[in-house]
Each structure stands twice: as structure tokens, then as C-alpha cells.
Design a protein around this ligand. Structure first.
Ligand code: PRX
Length: 642
């Protein structure tokens, strides 16, 4: 029996039992057999959730790019590592072999060095889904610089906040990006951001859309001429297993974004192991994850997990609707994709369109389908299963988080029987539990509670960059000695888990995590706004959409509401990005508050969902009469005009 590749249900249970009985033995065997270490660890695991502190493979030395690239060169140097599919289907796809990837990463790494980037420095990457994105990530890892990829849909302000938080000295970007029929001026956004980032010394610019951009002398440089001059070999920096690999920002329910810090050894082992099993990856497969590398899914399951297994991983620059809604299936047919991994929001959007967009393509290469990012509803699950998988591909509903680094709960295809909307069983090494509100573990099946994890796994984030107290308070204080996920879940009669959604003030819109507080802060900056509260409400395609309750200042009362609504969304776009725009805005005279001044979001959520029949006990509110007033106006609320 191999611990590394699980093929049957019985094998899963055996491996799982072993992983729980003796986690150190389990993970050390996998780490030793399947990876390249410059020096072995002194200790497999040290942990204490009360501090919290977690160390895996402490004392070991390695470089993750040696594991993701160099060690494959002898066996599969001419195999495609990255298959780049451009936005425009007329533009040829690019096959980057492991040999070529090695050369391009080494050259890029040498460019970073000549620009003064050293081990431990932070480099922010603000790029579209072009090969330079994966290559720059790997180049940072090659020299031990800590990459922080910032999704290229974020605004200048959001970019600047993140760059400043991690004190990056360099930003890597491009002249612009293609998105369907549109182009986006990325360099302009970076220029605006850098105005607010005194620590940024240099900006490297890749050419993608060949447009004229302003280059600030002494700060900005075109990437290509530097690469042309760079040496094609770069000796990898030898890193400690616990050295930081990257920082990736995620929204919290309050305050500024949290820079989740992941380290090298454990992250590598866990993402590679889960990639192999969750996707049942085999040597000649062509694996495609549609996520953006700006999110954790792209880090773990486009770049590190697949490359550590020597896989061919597809990077897609475009969107599912361009040039039409058949694009995903066109790509599946063209590249004979074997594993396809996407988000429920994309499935729902495509399921709305004519079925011909799917049926006209040959999807017979597909073996495994995956979803991630939010709960998948039953209808979307069946559409995916019937029309894309043609009832012949297991669907892996993978539950995990930016903080977890890798997939924690998911079926293993061909082993775990799937059940629509259920993420099913924990991965080896993962010990989930459900907790009640008074902090007791809920034992047995057919129960519901707050999802926690009892024991560390190798890819758990080690801290929030620069704020370890916040890390402890957010994840380890709600339940003693447990990692609290912020999600609710139920466990069915056979022990399968179904994730029911967030139990905090994070709202998942189209698979993106959005904290309510930063959006409210952005709205409140509008000169006519006194106060606001955001809640989610069900949306056919996005899963949730945002509903804003906004109190105007006296000076704003006479303003045109349609215009104000547009301005509010403009304000959000500038502060955060278009993904956080509100679908509906209701201008209200007040917000329901508890006697201690806390907004009762539970009531607002019900109102926004048009479910006002049972609002529960509102008598304890400071201002119960406001609820009626808000409900009376509900019929007049229309979607915000574009
Ligand atoms: O609420 C869960 C939801 O997405 C949250 C994590 O978001 P993020 O850090 O952006 O990472 C997304 C990609 C890993 C979780 O707390 N979520 C993620 N996957 C699922 C899910 N909810 C239900 N089912 C899933 N498969």
C-alpha cells in the first residue's frame, strides 16, 4: 500500500487511520519518499495551538523550485509543464516544457537578484494570467524572496494597502491585461498605487498588450530586456522548511486584509499530496484549474501542487464567456483536458446558457471534475455531473481556505462515493470536528455545528504577516486548542461533511471572500453617507450578492438616489475593486441595533433576502420600530444601475 497515492475506499480508511494514529510517521514517510531535501528535518512536528505555533519538518533544508522543476529535468525535461491558453482563441497556445520553465525561472530569478532582491525580501506580483505570473512566483521562491501575489482585479488603493502591509520593495506587473473583449490598464493602476507606497524601489513591467505606458525613470523597467541579458542558470537558495514561502491576503470580517503567511516544506508536501489524490493525477494527464493565481487555489493547484508532481498544468488568461459561453469546453476539447477544476459560480453562469455550448464539444477526455470556493447547490452539481461529466466523472467538492493552504475535505475520486453538495470526508491527516456555541464538541452523526480542526496539518498558515495576535484571536481563541474555520457544517449519517457557509461577517460572492467591514468603510467615506451595513442575499449565479443598507447625512437627503447608488459603487470600485460592488442599495433612516450598539445583521440578512415572515425576537433592540420602516420600503428597492 502506498501512503502517497490512494486508489480505493478501503485504502483511504487505512491511510486515514494511520495518519491520525501517528501523524508524524505518516507525514515523514511521505516527505522522505517523494521530495528532494538538502538536509533532513530534526523534528517532524512541533505544535502548540495556544500560542499558536506550528512547525513541520523543522531543521530540514530544501528549495521548493528544485522539487517543482529541477528534479523533473532528467525524467521529463521535454514534457509540457505549463500550457498557456491565451484570452484570444486565435492566438496560439504556448507549451512551456520543464526545460524551458527551468531556464525562464532561472533568468527571472537572476533579474530579481540584479535588482537587489534578497532572501526574505517581499515582492508583490500584480499580473494577469500570463506565464510571467507563474514564472515570477517561482523565481521568487528560487532565491528565497517572499512573493505576495495580488489579484489583478484589485484597485490601486487595495493594491497599495497590501504592498505597504508586507513592505514590498518591488512590484512586478504588465503594461496591461486582456479580459474577454476588454483591455485593462494595469500599469496605470500600479502607478497610482505606488504613489502611496514609499517602500517600493522598483517596478518590473512585462509586455502583454503592447500599449504605451508611462515608465518612471529610475523606478520602472521593462522586463524583457533584463531577461535577455540574464544568465540561464540560478543556483537555488537553500531554505529552511519553516522559512516563509509566500504571503497571500484574504479578507477578514473586520479590519485590514490578513496577510496569511505560508512556509516552505510543509506547504510543498501537503499541496503535492492532495493534488495527487484529489485529482488522481497520472503522468500523461492534462490538468486544468480555472482559478487565478491571485487566489490560493491558483498558488496550490495551478503552480505548486501540480509542478511538484511533474504535471502539465494549464493557465488560462481569459474568461468563460469569451468569445462565447463555449470557451471552457472548447479548451477541454482542444487540449484534451483530463481534470477540470472550477468554481460553482462559473458552473451556474454556464448552466444558464444554451446547452449547445457544451454538447457541441467532445469532452470525453475528462476523468475528474472539481469545484471549490463556496457551497455548490444541488442543481449546479447535477448540471455539471450530467452535461460536463456525462455522468462518468466523479465530482470532487473540495473544501478548504487560504489559511489551510491545501484541500482539507474532499472525496477521493473512484474511492469515495460522492454525494451532491457534500465535501464528504477529511483528507489523511485532517481531524475535523463540529463545535456547539458553548464550546463543546458535538459527537456523533447527523449533527450540525461550527467546523474546527483539532490537529495541525503541514500546510496550515503559520501567522498573519506582522500580526500574530490577530492570527491567534481570529483562528484559535473561539475554541480552546482548535483551529476555527469560520464555517458552519453538518455531518450526515455516514460521517460526510457538508459545508453550510460562513458563520461570521465574511460573505462569499462569486467565490470571492469579502469582509463586510472594509466595504462599509469604503461606503462611509462617501461625503453624503453617515453609516452603512452590508449583508449577503441569495443570487442565482454569484451564490451571494451584496445588499447595502445606507443611512445618509442630512446633506445627502436631497440627492438623487440613483446617482448616489452609482457613486457608492464607484467608491467601492476605487477602494477595493469591482468584485465588491453592491447589487442593491436601500437608503434607510436607521439600522436595527442592539442596546450595546451592535448592528443586528441577522435581521438585515432576512430583510435583504425578502424573508420577513419570522424575524425572531426584536424586542431587545434599541430601535425596534426601524425594522418595520425598512420593510415598508423594501418593495421600492431596485438593482443598482450600471
Ligand atoms: O466558506 C468556505 C468557502 O470559502 C472559504 C474560503 O475562502 P478562500 O480563503 O477565499 O479560499 C477559497 C478557495 C480555497 C471557506 O471558509 N469554501 C471553499 N470551498 C468550499 C467552500 N464552501 C463550501 N464548499 C466548498 N467546497
Amino acid at each position: 500500500m502506498s501512503n502517497y497515492h490512494i486508489k480505493h475506499l478501503e485504502e483511504y480508511f487505512q491511510v486515514y487511520r494511520k495518519s491520525v494514529r501517528n501523524p508524524e510517521l505518516f507525514w515523514s514517510e511521505i516527505a522522505e519518499e517523494h521530495f528532494l531535501w538538502r538536509k533532513k528535518w530534526d523534528n517532524v512536528l512541533d505544535w502548540d495551538f495556544s500560542k499558536p505555533e506550528v512547525k513541520w519538518f523543522d531543521g530540514a533544508k530544501l528549495n521548493i523550485t528544485e522539487n517543482c522543476i529541477d528534479r523533473h529535468l532528467y525524467v521529463r525535461g521535454d514534457k509540457t509543464a505549463i500550457l498557456f491558453e491565451p484570452n484570444n482563441p486565435e492566438e496560439a497556445a504556448e507549451h512551456i516544457t520543464y526545460n524551458q520553465l527551468h531556464e525562464r525561472v532561472c533568468k527571472f530569478a537572476n533579474v530579481l537578484k540584479t535588482k537587489g532582491v534578497k532572501k526574505g525580501d517581499r515582492v508583490c506580483i500584480y499580473l494577469p494570467m500570463i506565464p510571467e505570473l507563474a514564472i515570477s512566483v517561482l523565481a521568487c521562491a528560487r532565491i528565497g524572496a517572499i512573493h505576495s501575489v495580488i489579484f489583478a482585479g484589485f484597485s490601486a488603493t487595495a493594491l497599495a494597502t497590501r504592498v505597504n502591509d508586507c513592505e514590498a520593495k518591488m512590484i512586478i506587473t504588465s503594461d496591461g491585461s486582456y479580459r474577454g473583449s476588454k483591455t485593462i490598464d494595469l500599469k496605470g493602476i500600479v502607478d497610482e498605487a505606488v504613489e502611496q507606497c514609499p517602500g517600493v524601489e522598483s517596478v518590473l513591467v512585462a509586455k502583454r498588450i503592447n500599449t504605451d505606458v508611462k515608465m518612471k525613470s529610475g523606478r520602472d523597467e521593462w522586463l524583457q530586456p533584463l531577461l535577455d541579458k540574464a544568465d540561464a542558470n540560478c543556483i537555488p537558495e537553500v531554505m529552511d522548511a519553516e522559512d516563509p514561502l509566500f504571503i497571500l491576503y484574504t479578507s477578514g470580517s473586520t479590519g485590514k486584509p490578513k496577510g496569511m503567511m505560508h512556509t516552505t516544506g510543509g506547504y510543498m508536501v501537503y499541496t503535492a499530496f492532495t493534488f495527487k489524490n484529489v485529482f488522481q493525477y497520472r503522468e500523461d494527464d492534462i490538468y486544468w484549474c480555472t482559478a487565478d493565481i491571485g487566489w490560493i487555489t491558483g498558488h496550490s493547484y495551478i503552480v505548486y501542487g501540480p509542478l511538484a508532481n511533474g504535471a502539465t498544468t494549464v493557465m488560462f488568461e481569459g474568461v468563460p464567456s469569451y468569445p462565447d459561453y463555449g470557451r471552457f469546453w472548447d479548451i477541454v476539447q482542444k487540449h484534451k483536458i483530463t481534470q477540470f477544476y472550477t468554481a460553482p459560480t462559473a458552473i451556474r453562469a454556464l448552466a444558464k446558457e444554451n446547452l449547445d455550448y457544451v454538447t457541441k464539444y467532445d469532452l470525453s477526455s475528462l476523468k475528474v471534475l472539481g469545484t471549490v470556493g463556496e457551497p455548490i447547490n444541488e442543481e449546479a452539481w447535477h448540471w455539471y455531473n450530467d452535461h460536463v461529466g456525462q455522468k462518468d466523472c466523479p465530482i470532487v467538492d473540495t473544501w478548504w481556505q487560504t489559511e489551510t493552504g491545501g484541500i482539507l475535505i474532499s472525496p477521493i475520486p473512484f474511492a469515495t462515493p460522492t454525494k451532491p453538495t457534500y465535501a464528504t470526508l477529511p483528507m489523511p491527516g485532517i481531524q475535523p470536528t463540529l463545535m456547539d456555541e458553548s464550546g463543546n464538541e458535538i459527537i456523533g452523526n447527523q449533527v450540525e455545528g461550527r467546523l474546527c480542526i483539532k490537529f495541525p496539518w503541514p500546510s496550515i498558515a503559520r501567522t498573519i504577516w506582522g500580526d500574530h495576535n490577530r492570527y491567534r484571536d481570529t483562528y484559535f481563541s473561539a475554541f480552546k486548542n482548535k483551529y476555527f474555520t469560520g464555517d458552519g457544517a453538518l455531518r450526515d449519517e455516514v460521517g460526510y461533511y457538508r459545508i453550510t457557509g460562513r458563520v461570521d461577517d465574511v460573505i462569499i460572492v462569486s467565490g470571492h471572500n469579502l469582509g463586510t467591514a472594509p466595504i462599509e468603510d469604503a461606503i462611509n467615506e462617501h461625503p453624503a453617507v453617515a453609516e452603512s451595513a452590508i449583508v449577503g442575499f441569495p443570487h442565482d449565479i454569484k451564490g451571494n450578492a451584496l445588499y447595502g443598507f445606507v443611512i445618509l447625512k442630512e446633506t445627502g437627503e436631497s440627492r438623487d438616489r440613483d446617482n448616489l447608488s452609482k457613486e457608492v459603487n464607484q467608491q467601492i470600485t476605487e477602494r477595493i475593486g469591482p468584485i465588491a460592488k453592491l447589487d442593491k442599495i436601500q437608503f434607510v433612516p436607521g439600522l436595527p441595533k442592539t442596546r450595546s450598539g451592535k448592528i443586528m445583521r441577522r435581521i438585515l440578512r432576512k430583510i435583504a433576502s425578502n424573508d420577513t415572515s419570522d424575524l425572531g425576537d426584536i424586542s431587545t433592540l434599541l430601535n425596534p420600530e426601524i425594522v418595520e420602516e425598512i420593510i415598508d420600503e423594501l418593495a421600492f428597492v431596485t438593482p443598482v444601475k450600471k
